[in-house]
Design a protein around this ligand. Structure first.
Ligand SMILES: [Zn+2]
Length: 86
């Protein structure tokens, strides 16, 4: 065994962690599943979570992606109009 060998563990150490509260009360140290915020034990597993476009919690649709995009369009148009007047 030599002590000079350098291992590249940086991507592993810097990957986002799960952080869910464990039964010990400490944050979970396991790496989060790619594209998710939790590890595979805490809700990051394949097939878990709500499907895309889930309507279960929809109350009025004021904050849907579609509505937000429209609001941004209106804001931008008003801004352009203001600028054109100046
Ligand atoms: Zn976890």
């Amino acid at each position: 065994m030599s002590g000079s060998h350098q291992r590249n563990t940086r991507p592993m150490r810097e990957s986002p962690r799960c952080g869910a509260k464990t039964r010990r009360g400490t944050p979970c140290q396991a790496p989060a599943v790619h594209g998710k915020t939790r590890c595979r034990m805490h809700g990051g597993a394949r097939g878990s979570g709500a499907p895309r476009g889930n309507q279960n919690a929809l109350k009025h649709g004021l904050y849907t992606a579609e509505s937000k995009a429209f609001d941004a369009f209106v804001r931008d148009t008003l801004k352009r109009g203001k600028e054109a007047l100046e």
